[in-house]
Ligand binder design. Structure first.
Ligand code: PEP
Ligand code: MN
Length: 349
């Protein structure tokens, strides 16, 4: 349930509500919106046990039940979009479309820095690159692990880009969060609840990919695990789902983007690379995702895709990426959003 406080509620009034909730075994999540202060209350007990006594407290305007199984991620709790502030003016969920780009896996420092510089020049704000790779085959390249994280951190220093990288198990949270600006949970781990809970206990933003066969509700419930532990910095990522179609690696579920925007306050981005598995489809899917209301994109870019150790066929060259960004800017502007590109910075606009 959501406890909506009156506009002039004081800290003391809020504390009284929180006390009452704790007494009845509910956990309180204070959400300060622009228009109102609400307290999201979650717990196993039925809300009827506490609802009357809450409504009698001073400065409680009303108590609203949340009908969906996900509570803290729902729009009922928070009307305004959640903004994920990565620092240095990079905000996911605001007017600006935030593009995250880079190789599937960190392979070596030279290639990583080359691609990082190029995607930064083209207007990307975040560098992607996996150091822990959850591969379908145990015989495929598994990633450079901590060495890869160090390379990502050095690429950040050189370019000013923020970094997003995948985490595949709960024990690695301290290690990966020591390097990354955003911790990525891959599709295969969307329901790794131990990992999700651990990520909820720290504050670094989490990029939560949709599972290969997950419904939108299962995906939002996975996000709920993170928020329920106290970390509200979650970005959702639609990365394509399994369907019967064989011409693509996965099927980009474009409708998931407006649906998430209807049901949740969390920002949502799209991954056109894993959705398609094919370089030539990436520009069209990127444009479609931005037009559908995505707050950003996660795009695989490799300086030499034909030599990539992982996902070469779906990786753009830096040059293709630059063209895509110029194209995307037009779509962004048509949708009332902004996107900074190489051209734009060159013109000093
Ligand atoms: C990735 O982005 O590197 C990745 C492995 O993607 P997914 O989890 O969506 O398959
Ligand atoms: Mn990949």
């Amino acid at each position: 349930m959501v406890i909506v406080m009156k506009l002039d509620a004081t800290e003391k009034d809020i504390a009284k509500v929180e006390e009452k909730l704790a007494e009845h075994g509910f956990r309180a999540h204070l959400i300060r919106g622009v228009e109102r202060i609400v307290i999201g209350a979650v717990g196993e007990k039925k809300r009827e046990v506490v609802i009357d006594s809450l409504e009698m407290l001073p400065q409680v305007e009303k108590v609203v039940p949340i009908m969906s199984p996900y509570k803290l991620v729902s729009h009922t709790v928070k009307r305004e979009k959640t903004l994920i502030d990565l620092g240095d003016g990079v905000v996911v969920g605001g007017k600006e479309i935030v593009v995250m780009a880079g190789p599937c896996a960190v392979e070596n420092e030279e290639n990583l820095c080359e691609v990082a510089e190029k995607v930064a020049t083209a207007g990307a704000k975040v560098l992607r690159g996996g150091a822990f790779k959850p591969r379908t085959s145990p015989y495929s390249f598994q990633g450079l692990e901590e060495k890869g994280l160090e390379m990502m951190a050095r690429a950040r220093e050189r370019t000013g880009l923020k970094i997003v990288t995948e985490i595949i198990n709960a024990q690695d949270v301290p290690l990966v969060s020591a390097y990354a600006d955003i911790l990525q949970v891959g599709a295969r781990n969307m329901q790794n609840f131990t990992l999700l809970k651990e990520l909820g206990k720290q504050n670094r933003p989490v990029l939560l990919k949709r599972g290969l066969s997950a419904t939108i509700e299962e995906w939002l419930m996975a996000a709920e695990y993170i928020l329920s532990e106290g970390n509200y910095n979650v970005i959702l990522c639609e990365r394509g789902i399994r369907t019967f179609e064989q011409y693509t690696r996965n099927t980009l579920d474009v409708s998931a983007i407006p649906l998430v925007n209807i049901y949740s306050h969390l920002p949502v981005i799209a991954d056109p690379s894993h959705s398609s598995g094919e370089r030539r489809l990436v520009p069209a899917l990127s444009r479609a995702a931005v037009a559908a209301g995505a707050d950003g994109l996660l795009v695989e870019v490799h300086p030499y895709p034909e030599k990539a150790l992982c996902d070469g066929p779906q990786s753009l060259t830096p040059q293709d990426f630059s063209l895509l960004m110029a194209d995307l800017r037009k779509v962004a502007l048509a949708c009332g959003r902004t996107l900074t590109t190489a051209d734009e910075s060159a013109e000093g606009v």
